[in-house]
Ligand binder design. Sequence first.
Ligand code: WTA
Length: 632
Amino acid sequence: MTKQITSLQDYKDTYQRSVNDPETFWAEQADTFTWFSPYEKVLDWNFQKPRVQWFINGKLNITYNCLDRHLETRGDQVAILWEPNSPEDDVQTYTYKELLVAVCQCANALKAKGIQKGDRVVFYMPMTPELAIGVLACARIGAVHSVVFAGFSAQALADRVDDAKAKMIICSDFNNRGAKKIPVKQVVDEAMDIGCNSVETVLVHKNTGDAVNWSDDTDLWWHDIVNGQSTQCEAEVMDAEDMLFILYTSGSTGKPKGVVHTCGGYMVYTCFSFRNVFQYKEGDIYWCTADIGWITGHSYIVYGPLLAGATTMMFEGVPTYPDAGRFWQICEKHKVNQFYTAPTAIRALMAKGDEWPAKYDLSSIKLLGSVGEPINEEAWHWYDKHIGKGKSPIIDTWWQTETGGVMITPLPNITDAKPTYASYPMPGIQPILVDAAGNELPDNNVEGLLCIKFPWPSMLRTTYGDHERCRQVYFSAFENMYFTGDGARRDEDGRIRVIGRVDDVINVSGHRMGTAEVENAINEHPNVIESAVVGYPHDIKGQGIYAYVITADKNLDDAFRKEILAVVTKEIGPIAKPDKIQFVNGLPKTRSGKIMRRILRKIASSDTSNLGDVSTLLNPECVEDIKDGALV
Ligand code: WTA
């Protein structure tokens, strides 16, 4: 197993060693895994290209390390513990032995349907065990999985399937989500109508059993082709730098991009980070509430925990069903030891009242994690007091889809935890703050742009099908550095606090959203002439979406607003719906025609005291109008 840090001194020593001699440090971690043949060189990198390769020419299969490797020592231990949407329904468990069998059967079915090494398979599924099984089955045979969060629209799904040129979509019939049933197969049908020309098979897992439309040309039931398969499937021999998965995420411009992670480095870092960040001990029950549609679910529900031989819980439902005590009821029921969630969930549950967590025995909890967005002080203290009972350290973990694993975090009971500070870099991670010109700001008590100056094993390798975009977005802002897109401050003792995005990405309930993406969706409405979208502070969601819209329509009423919301829901999904829509006659622009979002952001945040000099704008007169009509 990869190293587990045990004390502050150990952290300091390990960190120093990882920076002084990264190759030796990561080789030690890598050597704890099973390699089919050893790597020849630990690292080769050049951020200008960019080119980053870890464990060069090493051969492995990540599922061998997640499953087969554990059979002797923990074959009968529960690997996946599944809690269904309804507390009335039965829990399901898969031991390591059983999970391997399920993965092999699914892998053989994929092969039988023509899926080969390198082919892309898109998942559009609820949080059922079959999602984890399917993802691992792809990795078993070297197919590349791309999980699309099942809240995205048919259009968004089709966009991703087309970009990945996926050969297969795996979905369910319906998803259970609280009191609702979501017609997932129907969304896939719509996506198939719009695009998805590369797709040969739609594999449907019968989840609720409700009736679905069926196309004999493409559709197959999971139970028909998976259940009878052989329970053995040899793990495909993968190169360390072969693609493991693509995960689409939003950026400041254009359509979402496919972040590419590869097998070897991702394996080493997710296991290493899981064991240290969560201080997982034998027998612990670990629960991350994320959806596998996001990176958090990939790294810290599936791969990290299984690589580390943990018991990982998967929850199908939502935090407020059947009531606002569900998370805490589950913690009591399964005696959860590590609980990892997002600030938006904490704030939403905090708003429901202290009586909900008070009803349940939360004494099993040893540590609490937070991820996805900055956690505000109030939420931090509520989490600490009402869930952790003041005895469970809170780890505020900062990372990104692109980083593959947690980069900056306190280590529970090892380093200190200061509210709202992600604090200290993980071993092997070298974050720095720079000013706008790229000069390093070495002192404490400074604010700057967060960059990473040395590669780490689980960093993205490219953006799928467009390497130049990867260079442009992450490696061109500052020479020889990976630019995160986040602003951060370092306090007087060297702890880092990540403040938020400095680009045109907003973070709504921990979901990344490109403002351009939302604008493009709004502009699809035939009566919209132009729009501009910005984020503004929102009590529960962290950031809300504020849209300024210029329209040809004279009926500026709520019916029109609803039409705009419907267009956004259709183009992206309900998560991208603007919270506020203000109709305007003009948008403030520079003389070169660029929208001055800074001004719009300030107005949306009700912070109009200092808008700066607007006289140089092309159309300064519109600013007063927008201020007067602001929705506060
Ligand atoms: C933000 C999620 C402050 C940040 C794992 C980052 C955070 C983006 C934190 C990545 C945190 C994530 N404190 N901000 N602890 N964690 N973020 O790709 O802006 O969905 O760039 O990955 O979320 O979001 P993503």
